[in-house]
Design a protein around this ligand. Structure first.
Ligand SMILES: C[S@@+](CC[C@H](N)C(=O)[O-])C[C@H]1O[C@@H](n2cnc3c(N)ncnc32)[C@H](O)[C@@H]1O
Length: 252
């Protein structure tokens, strides 16, 4: 199914022209603290450092994170939303870097390594195979002890659901099992999962870390230590003894 990511720019233009505060209208925007509380619902989230928001829109979550002391970068495909984010950031005197980019089209050279990466309800806008590209990008951008927070719609059943307009998909709503399998296949370790019951589709939040710092690397370190500190010296000693004994034997 072919995606239409730019549909979001049309929606932002409508939202702005209607005088609304942001995506989903003023009532949804007023529930911002619910999202922030969910991010900090586990202790593993770094409390300072660089934070990237994916699909930041007009930047309301990003501004909140900046006020909490993070060095914030927001990315969105909608030029209207990013222009709006820059205007709000300037007028409210809240720092933040905002970029227009399609997160399914890496490499994005202006991005670096981040301690916290927030999916600002963007992953469910990413369709089909592009999801792997998007998630691989996140994996490469996440600092080794960083946390990736996913906030997404998910299906109530075990199917993938698509929402489209004029034959182009703009929502991909996976089942919980499918979502967790795709996150794990990219290399993330799941730290926590919460599913919130909603009417048509549920909502899910997932905290993740990159697998490469998991206890696995500890076992790799111990096996390296075993080879260097025990196995190699024992082998060298045995070989030396063998050569020594044989030399003695031949000399007799
Ligand atoms: C559901 S809105 C959420 C906006 C905001 N984070 C919020 O929660 O209020 C999803 C956002 O993802 C952005 N988006 C969708 N597809 C994208 C893509 N391929 N690359 C970057 N941003 C994308 C949209 O423009 C939109 O701002």
């Amino acid at each position: 199914m072919n995606p239409n990511y730019l549909i979001h720019d049309e929606i932002y233009a409508q939202v702005k022209n209607a005088g609304l505060a942001g995506w989903g209208g003023n009532e949804r925007m007023a529930r911002e603290s619910e999202f922030i509380d969910r991010v900090f619902s586990i202790n593993d989230v770094p409390t300072a450092g660089k934070l990237l928001e994916l699909g930041c829109g007009e930047g309301h979550f990003s501004r909140r994170f900046a006020q909490l002391g993070y060095e914030v970068t927001g990315v969105d495909i909608s030029a209207t939303a990013i222009q709006w984010a820059k205007e709000k950031s300037l007028s409210m005197k809240i720092p933040g870097q905002f970029y227009v980019a399609d997160l399914t089209q890496p490499p994005l050279e202006f991005l670096e390594s981040y301690d916290v990466i927030i999916d600002g309800n963007c992953l469910h806008c990413i369709i089909g195979d592009d999801r792997q590209t998007f998630l691989h990008l996140v994996y490469t951008l996440l600092a080794s002890d960083g946390v990736f927070f996913v906030s997404s719609l998910c299906a109530k059943d075990d199917q993938n659901h698509y929402i489209s307009k004029a034959g182009f998909a703009y929502r991909h709503i996976p089942s919980v099992n499918h979502l967790l399998a795709e996150l794990s296949s990219v290399g993330f370790d799941v730290l926590s999962v919460n599913v919130y019951e909603r009417e048509q589709y549920n909502h899910i939040t997932v905290h993740l870390k990159n697998k490469h710092l998991a206890p696995k690397s500890l076992s790799q370190v111990s096996s390296l230590a075993f080879y260097h500190l025990i196995a190699i010296p024992v082998l060298a000693f045995s070989l030396g003894m063998f050569l020594c004994c044989n030399r003695h034997f031949y000399l007799q």
